[in-house]
Design a protein around this ligand. Sequence first.
Ligand SMILES: [Zn+2]
Ligand SMILES: [Zn+2]
Length: 257
Amino acid sequence: MKITVLGCSPAELSNARLSGFLVDDNLLLDAGTIGVALDKDRQEKIRYVLLSHAHFDHIKDLLFFADEMALNNNKRHVTVMSIPEVIGALKKNVFNNIIWPDFTKLPTLEDPVIVLKDINADKTFTVDGYKVTAYEVDHTVPAVAYLIQDNKGKKLLYMGDTGPSGKIWTSLNESGAQIDGAIMEVSLPNSFKDRAILTGHMTPELLKIELDKMNKLPAAIYITHARPGHKEKIREELLRLKINNIKILKDGEVHEI
Ligand SMILES: [Zn+2]
Ligand SMILES: [Zn+2]
């Protein structure tokens, strides 16, 4: 499984792009960044988008992506999936003909460019040959993590945005899954622990507590969502934890698991 980091930042700056991860060629995890990271040919290969939650830093480029597809009018559509709360928020607050045109009905009612689809947490479903399970996590809005397994059995865990969670680790431990790669957020340094808990995010020490809840550690741990101004501090603090195979992601990187 190939993972391309389109963006891994919670803030957009000249050197930082919002969250988006391309799995192989067709499946996108979150849609904060698409257009500035992928040329037209690669964008056209995207068929499915799994959203972790509705926060704008995770959906931003879906708006422009839809607009571009509708203009090209080549009968292509993208299926955007998440839990009902996220899909409902997109319908009500984004594709509502106020903030943005309703691309679930454009360019035509019969062939819209965006198809929104509800999924259920804790139920495994298939997307383009991948087995996917969503697990609820604790953020300030309804949010899920995804476990994605390809046809070779490789397993990627994408945590999205989350503070300390309990249920997901019980479920994953019970499943016995050996995770090959986990994209996990650490947004803030240890001195911001209270703020991290309040806003549903992680610090290095909070991450360590989460990892200690896992029966088997992922083979590789990729850190995402570090606030740009705190990245170096977070790096130092993660190093001090001496966790094996941990790496802070950079925009544009490609990892194979
Ligand atoms: Zn975020
Ligand atoms: Zn968020």
